[in-house]
Design a binder for this molecule. Structure first.
Ligand code: MTE
Ligand code: LUZ
Ligand code: MOS
Length: 750
């Protein structure tokens, strides 16, 4: 089935926040951000700004009727700064005016008096000063101390990965409208409608029932709107509540880039020990996560780094410790992979380094150590339906790994100024929110009298195709034509207490809730049909819009059945609910079964480096991916391609630079290089691994949103291998991503 949004997207008819027709009297807001990364606010003079014609009001922390607090995991983040300033761009005042231009003019007239304090920008400095956002965590398996003695080869090193700007096409924004009786309706570009609702209620000092949040779709989220869409929703809610006027905010790209958090950069140390026959016997790592100025989701991201510290491999002795460090930059946040990519990079860096030292290709070490059925992860869960080896074997068979590696070597022998590099990137990603509580979802399905169907769920459509998958699930369950089904905007008044659409689990959780609602309806309809036909309900089935008795057509089709059900006063609406079974995690012991299942895959990445210029091209990425039984191969392939290119961008091009004063230098799309067509691989092959898929995946179609991002890590190591082919003396002190052309050039001539 084609993505249900594709036609309206192409025609420009899809509705995003900025396409909602505004109500008469709507005001527009802009935010004044802190000019310093660390400081103390002395005074705030808004008189001139407030006097500018057209300015409605200027809000500061003092205007907040409820709690000035938006922290999701820990209450450590004010909506508007009070006393201390913690990062450049931290919201200080909200300026509301008749139009945006006036609000921006007024912003320039606000005078801030502050004392500047020394900022901490460097994560190692924060670590030395013990500035932690949450307590350090350690995952352990076996006994590393005792294992080192058994290793024939031990190597140590350092690794670093950079941040990443989300570059969602639609920037952050929200629109709040006051309604009757003090209620506020918020339209928000958020992955987490309930988070926006809960936090706005807290800020306004109102019960949650007073706030309704509606989301039609996002122009991309990628994790950047899991938590960080909330402040903008709260700000317009505050202004709408106090002014009793509709208020809208829509961030300019520059404000969005400056004020919002990004993927957490990491600095890490590793030690890896192998046996003579390349078995990894021990792995030890210490991860320093750059959290930014507030916890946001960083503690949960830190946890996922530890969950994915051993990626797709079994290592019998592991000790992994992670520190979430507080620095004076915008709070970093969720980004596709959620700490998993940062963890996997470190192990891959360790394997690559061990491979050079031993003079073997890294893929020999990788292959040797892939997970097998029932192997234990450091967090206690065992690999069930482990597909790591199946994906590798299938990739080897389809793409002929040894021949490819041979071809790269031959090329490198015969070419002086261009070198090729090859790397394999196996991926194993755990599916479920690691916070067990969040693994629940709801749905509401109405069958209208005319047989058409309205479907609501907690899922937010952000381009990943979740709504299409929900329509497919409902059509499958009710045996109707998908064209009958319309997906309603996500709305906290229709489905309450929702988790954000994140962790790649949106289709699984909400799809199962939709199935649950549809099963209830189906049960009622089968009884109705049985009554009409005077036969037992067990013998009734629905198939292709027909009511069947004992497998044979009856006089009733879907429309006729619905008319009869309504006449007989059968409830044609159902609320569905789902909570992932069988998952738990004990944070005291750091053991449990946090994931419903794992998504696996293997990618072979080949690149060519121009050794005069340091530039490179990704020749091909050849993937075998475990989709389970894909419900929508086209949507899923789109997810693989998009995630892959996002991963390649993170590993090769995208570089966030802050100056020592904590100012973002790469603060525009001309200074920050997001991957484009030129950065994309010349060829992407993706073969689905033929598997059955687990029952907790929606119709056995595995979660696909995040895992393929990590194939991009292969690009880093492929480039590194090409560099080593040119410059065998290359010994990086630290394996640091992104491997930008500048860094490649330095490495070629180190
Ligand atoms: N695809 C598009 N087009 N746009 C997005 O914002 N977000 C990604 C992924 N794919 C995203 C996307 C992220 S970070 C996640 S967690 C999943 O989609 C969320 O959707 P799902 O749970 O329905 O897979
Ligand atoms: N968000 C979250 C996530 O809150 N918990 C998770 O485990 C997670 N994983 C991936 C992406 N977002
Ligand atoms: Mo995705 S990082 O879980 O929004």
């Amino acid at each position: 089935m084609q993505n249900i949004d594709s036609i309206s997207h192409v025609r420009g008819q899809s509705v995003y926040l900025d396409d909602i027709p505004v109500k008469e009297g709507t005001l527009y807001a802009v935010v004044l951000g802190s000019p310093v990364a660390h400081g103390r606010l002395i005074s705030l003079d808004t008189a001139d700004a407030a006097a500018l014609p057209g300015v409605a009001r200027i809000f500061t922390a003092a205007d907040i009727p409820g709690d000035n607090q938006i922290g999701g995991i820990f209450p450590d983040e004010p909506l508007l700064a009070e006393g201390e300033l913690h990062f450049q761009g931290q919201p200080v005042c909200l300026i509301v005016a008749q139009d945006e231009l006036t609000a921006r003019r007024a912003r320039k007239l606000i005078r801030l008096e502050y004392e500047t304090l020394p900022p901490v920008i460097d994560v190692e400095e924060a670590w030395r000063k013990q500035q932690f956002l949450s307590p350090p965590r350690t995952f352990r398996l076996g006994d590393v101390e005792q294992a080192w003695a058994q290793c024939a080869h031990i190597t140590e090193g350092r690794a670093a990965t950079g941040g990443q700007e989300h570059v969602y096409i639609e920037t952050q924004g929200a629109y709040a409208c006051p309604e009757e009786g003090g209620r506020i309706k918020i339209y928000s570009s958020t992955q987490g409608p309930t988070a926006a609702q809960r936090t706005a209620a807290r800020v306004l000092g109102l019960p949650m029932q007073y706030i309704g949040v509606e989301v039609t779709r996002l122009g991309g989220g990628f994790g950047g709107k899991e938590d960080q869409a909330t402040p903008w929703a709260c700000m317009v809610a505050l202004a709408a509540h106090l002014l009793q006027r509709p208020v809208k905010i829509s961030l300019h790209r520059a404000d969005d880039m400056r004020m919002t958090g990004k993927r957490n950069p990491y600095r890490s140390r590793f030690r890896i020990g192998l046996s003579d026959d390349l078995q990894i016997l021990a792995f030890e790592a210490e991860y320093l996560q750059e959290g930014g100025a507030a916890a946001d989701l960083s503690p949960a991201i830190l946890e996922r780094t530890l969950f994915h510290a051993t990626n797709s491999y079994f290592i019998p002795n592991v000790q992994a410790t992670a520190y979430s460090c507080r620095t004076n930059v915008p709070p970093n946040t969720a980004f596709r992979g959620f700490g998993g990519p940062q963890g996997m990079f470190v192990l891959e860096a360790a394997i690559a380094k061990a491979a050079w030292e031993l003079g073997v290709p890294a893929h020999r070490i990788q292959q040797k150590n892939l997970l097998r059925e029932n192997d234990e992860f450091p967090y206690g869960q065992r690999a069930e339906h482990a597909r790591a080896r199946d994906c590798w074997t299938a990739a080897d068979a389809a793409y002929r790994l040894e021949e490819k590696a041979q071809a790269v070597e031959t090329f490198n022998k015969t070419n002086e100024l261009h070198k090729k590099g090859l790397a394999v990137m196996p991926v194993c990603f755990g599916i479920s929110f690691t916070n067990t509580m969040m693994n629940q979802a709801g749905a509401l399905v109405h069958i209208y009298q005319d047989g058409s169907i309205g479907l609501s769920s907690a899922a937010v459509e952000m381009g990943q195709g979740v709504n299409t998958k929900l329509v497919q699930a409902a059509a499958h369950a009710l045996a109707v034509n998908p064209a009958r089904i319309r997906v309603e905007p996500t709305d906290t008044t229709r489905v309450a207490n929702t988790s954000p659409t994140a962790a790649s689990a949106g289709a699984d959780l909400n799809g199962q809730a939709v199935l649950n609602a549809c099963e209830q309806l189906l049960e009622r309809l089968r009884h109705t049909a049985a009554g009409l036909l005077q036969v037992p309900p067990d013998a009734i089935t629905l198939h292709d819009e027909q009511v069947l008795y004992d497998g044979k057509n009856t006089e009733y089709d879907w429309n006729k059945l619905i008319v009869e059900a309504f006449r007989r006063r059968v409830n044609l609406s159902a609320q569905g609910y789902y909570a992932t079974p069988g998952i738990y995690f004990d944070k005291q012991k750091e053991k449990g079964r946090p994931f419903a299942y794992h998504t696996y895959g293997t990618a072979i990445v080949t690149v060519t480096v121009d050794c005069i210029r340091g530039i490179y091209a990704i020749d091909a990425v050849d993937i075998v991916h475990d989709f389970g039984n894909s419900i929508n191969p086209l949507v899923d392939r789109g997810q693989v391609e998009g995630a892959l290119i996002q991963g390649i961008g993170w590993m090769t091009l995208e570089e966030l630079l802050y100056n020592p004063e904590g100012r973002l230098l790469s603060n525009s799309l001309s200074a920050y290089k997001a991957p484009d067509l030129h950065a994309s691989p010349k060829r992407v092959n993706c073969i689905p691994l033929e598997t059955e898929g687990p029952p907790t995946a929606i119709l056995r179609s595995k979660a696909v949103g995040e895992p393929p991002l990590m194939y991009g890590i292969g690009a880093f190591f492929a480039i590194q291998n090409a560099v080593r082919a040119f410059n065998p003396a290359y010994r990086p002190e630290m394996q640091a991503a992104p491997f930008t052309p500048e860094r490649v050039l330095m490495a070629l001539y180190q």
